[in-house]
Design a protein around this ligand. Sequence first.
Ligand SMILES: Nc1ncnc2c1ncn2[C@@H]1O[C@H](COP(=O)(O)OP(=O)(O)OP(=O)(O)O)[C@@H](O)[C@H]1O
Ligand SMILES: NC(=O)c1ccc[n+]([C@@H]2O[C@H](CO)[C@@H](O)[C@H]2O)c1
Ligand SMILES: [Mg+2]
Length: 196
Amino acid sequence: MKLIVGIGGMTNGGKTTLADGLHRSLPNCCVIHQDDFFKPQDQIAVGEDGFKQWDVPESLDMEAMLSTVQAWLSNPQKFARAHGVNVQPGAPDTHVLLLEGFLLYSYKPLVDLYSRRYFLTVPYEECKWRRSTRTYTVPDPPGLFDGHVWPMYQKYKREMEANGVDVVYLDGTKPREELLREVLEDIQNSLRCAAL
Ligand SMILES: Nc1ncnc2c1ncn2[C@@H]1O[C@H](COP(=O)(O)OP(=O)(O)OP(=O)(O)O)[C@@H](O)[C@H]1O
Ligand SMILES: NC(=O)c1ccc[n+]([C@@H]2O[C@H](CO)[C@@H](O)[C@H]2O)c1
Ligand SMILES: [Mg+2]
């Protein structure tokens, strides 16, 4: 049985933290990080606002991300081994793929492949504060959060809702352990239901 789970939501909602926790807790579980599919810096458009447009789907090579998902789908055992995930010999033949990223539900060819779509959010002030503590491979220039990151987040979330994408919202201000427990139980339930 194969289950694809999306850990999506806003920047600094806690997606990578949650995905890492799930990865450690679930057997035969692989993770694909959307941030690994950013195009090189010189291919990122500069908007009329003067900011590099990182937070739009065009900044990501989503075809490459889809190919990676297809490689997992065609042979999850082989994919797991190639990515250093121990395949449990005696365990039921159950494989989970976690996709983790900030624009998971805006790319049509992927959107129907998820068995479950989570969406982490925190309030604006918390998001802005957490972001200010981070240094990305290309550090945020002054004003990027309010000028680009936040408006694009709102735009693509509105679009997702208008398209009727079914997501489970998670409150990213809850303690890490609580979020992990909640989502882990939910995934384990899905696995049990799918096995019936
Ligand atoms: N449940 C939580 N409560 C408080 N802080 C958290 C929680 N989860 C993660 N954090 C902190 O918030 C910051 C962002 O976490 P994380 O990197 O997991 O988020 P992300 O959604 O993957 O962000 P990015 O947009 O950079 O991919 C980190 O400093 C992390 O330690
Ligand atoms: N990983 C990167 O190459 C990169 C470069 C510049 C900005 N970002 C930010 O990452 C966040 C998603 O995790 C987005 O909000 C980008 O702004 C990433
Ligand atoms: Mg992250």
